[in-house]
Design a protein around this ligand. Sequence first.
Ligand SMILES: Cc1cc2nc3c(=O)[nH]c(=O)nc-3n(C[C@H](O)[C@H](O)[C@H](O)COP(=O)(O)OP(=O)(O)OC[C@H]3O[C@@H](n4cnc5c(N)ncnc54)[C@H](O)[C@@H]3O)c2cc1C
Length: 416
Amino acid sequence: MNRKIRSVAILGGGPAASVLATLLVRAGLRVAIFHVPKIQPLTVGESLVPAVVLYIRLLGVEDEVRSFSQFKPGATVNLNERVDFHIKFADIRGPMPTYAYNVPRDKFDVTVLNAARKAGVKVFEFAAKVEKIPGTDKIKLADETIAAAENYFDGQPDMIVDATGRIRMLPKLLGIGAREGGRKDTALFAHVDKAYIKHEGHIHTTRIDHGLSWRIPLPGKVSVGIVIAPEHLAKFGATKEERYDNLLKQDSVLAEATKGATRLTPVVEHLNYQLVSERLYGENWALVGDTAGFIDPVFSSGLFLSMQGATWLAKTILNGSDRAYEKYQRDCLHHLGCWQEIVKGFYDGRLFNTIYFGEKMEKKYWWIRAMSPWYRNHFGKIFSGALSNSDFSIGMMRWVADYSAKRENHELLRIR
Ligand SMILES: Cc1cc2nc3c(=O)[nH]c(=O)nc-3n(C[C@H](O)[C@H](O)[C@H](O)COP(=O)(O)OP(=O)(O)OC[C@H]3O[C@@H](n4cnc5c(N)ncnc54)[C@H](O)[C@@H]3O)c2cc1C
């Protein structure tokens, strides 16, 4: 089948929707976003990888994003005395930008949505009601939504895209299955006035007594997040505020890193954050961004996956063939799978065991010293987003992780 799409309704107006809508409207389609802003006081997704800079440039908003963001030249990972690792994006060879940003998400989301508006996308500030068309794989906007949108599409849009993030409006309506991740951690986060930042602008990811923590420097404040299993979390109090504040005081690593810090915001809690939809498109609908799939964001991959997926879906909609839709689904699921593997290696300690083991071997063998810059460059390119969906790079990382795990106890680096 070849779908000739002239009009598209997008549900949700986050970064994935903004990129998709902008690209489609630039190609001459009639596009509207139905958007209801997030209600939580803070939005997660504040640390970007260098690949996201490409999408900010695509929208023409890099100067604006830079004006309210923290320049991010690299990332630091501290697991214990074995692994205190940092990477500078400028040291990674290749075509990717040599930096990224840490962004206050409220401002970032407004900026990218405004870019879509300026490009000619119509933004309705209300939620669309969507219905199944019985006996088909099709959906439609409810009559009341068509009326509230003043018949913007002159009838029904040719295509409806769900970009509602982890709300997953269409998968719920259509009963689309999803694969969950292995861990059932809770994330708590808030902004504090200060925290220890070893490398300016870096996200700092640290193993704590139970679980892990992120510290993301933002202009004038630091986002501190805690990812922890529910059975440990329960020991720290009854409310999320109590638990967060107590963890900052009682966890041995956090107490040191946030000594004297004052919390500036309410605490936000996230419960489920690994879910990959089994189908990403149907006859007149598609899923993009977190709605298509989201994985544990320990390596700040969320916005990259969402915005990249949006560019892939734009190409697919403009192409219209079944093959293009099949490829869209395959590519998205493949890329999500790659990050899932990387993330798993982080939690079970095997990923950074390669760095520890490699450093030990470098001291012993000249040929490991000779290979090391090449491996480190690949490693960096995976995390910058340049090679995160490369079978070769992921396969090589897997091989090195397996080899290292046979020779060095990776359990010492496991996230408890
Ligand atoms: C704990 C945690 C930490 C994270 N940290 C990072 C990080 O450091 N870096 C990173 O890149 N990613 C991170 N992420 C992931 C990142 O937040 C998401 O991948 C990203 O926001 C997805 O973008 P999106 O456009 O697909 O969805 P969203 O950003 O969720 O946008 C969807 C929009 O749709 C709106 N909406 C919802 N329902 C409706 C409806 N029915 N009608 C109309 N509008 C609706 C919502 O209000 C929202 O504005 C993190 C996620 C979690 C859970």
